[in-house]
Design a protein around this ligand. Structure first.
Ligand SMILES: CC(C)(COP(=O)(O)OP(=O)(O)OC[C@H]1O[C@@H](n2cnc3c(N)ncnc32)[C@H](O)[C@@H]1OP(=O)(O)O)[C@@H](O)C(=O)NCCC(=O)NCCS
Length: 188
């Protein structure tokens, strides 16, 4: 029996979720990036860039969708800090990553959206995005920005984001990963 959207609960993530989030992220990226990225790019992203960002969790700006059995079905959030992407390990190399933004002049970040491969296309990423967008708007932000890897682009286009530019993110091992910078105004 396929769960209905109402069977999934979206709640704020806590640091107790960190381990399960790591597993969710790896399963999501490995299964859902095929066809968009090479195996080398996928493993490079997981090794150097993508992992839980515990600053977002501590800030209370990261959300999870819980399946009826209590497992994590999806995750994502927003940030009032400078970094556009990257988990804890990646951000250690970027000392300004946690600098706070000015809501009046700078866009809030949409960050780290991942759905478990068993729960895609049920609107979970959209629900988490809408929760994040509304929280950013309530804090005074007027626009959103993100950098997406290729598997995320169809979602963000569907949510109303506009492509600003595409570029290749060079990883420490020399692998290059294409990313898209996208933005959106928050209408209030
Ligand atoms: C991108 C991702 C988070 C989408 O999660 P999801 O929960 O399946 O997304 P939703 O069900 O909320 O999709 C909302 C809409 O986005 C669009 N969309 C989402 N995934 C899509 C896909 N693979 N292909 C085309 N359109 C897609 C559709 O318009 C969809 O609405 P529809 O299902 O009614 O057609 C998920 O595919 C994922 O985790 N990918 C791997 C990790 C990743 O790349 N994350 C982004 C990092 S920047």
């Amino acid at each position: 029996v396929k769960e209905r959207p109402a069977d999934f609960v979206v709640r704020v993530a806590t640091l107790d979720d960190t381990h399960a989030l790591g597993a969710l992220i790896e399963a999501s990226v490995r299964a859902l990036s095929a066809g968009y990225l090479t195996g080398e790019q996928i493993e490079g992203e997981l090794r150097y860039v993508i992992s839980p960002d515990t600053q977002l969790i501590a800030d209370g700006t990261y959300y999870v969708a819980e399946a009826p059995d209590g497992g994590l079905a999806a995750a994502g959030g927003w940030s009032r800090r400078r970094a556009l992407h990257g988990g804890d390990a990646f951000k250690q190399a970027h000392p300004d990553a946690n600098d706070l933004l000015d809501p009046a002049t700078q866009p809030a970040r949409i960050r780290a959206m991942f759905t478990h491969p068993g729960f895609v296309r049920r609107g979970l990423a959209r629900r988490i995005f809408e929760t994040a967008r509304d929280a950013a708007a309530a804090e005074g932000y007027r626009s959103l920005i993100l950098t997406a890897t290729m598997p995320g682009v169809p979602l963000y286009q569907s949510l109303g984001f506009t492509l600003v530019r595409r570029y290749d993110d060079p990883l420490p091992d020399g692998t290059r990963v294409p990313v898209a910078e996208m933005t959106m105004e928050i209408r209030s």
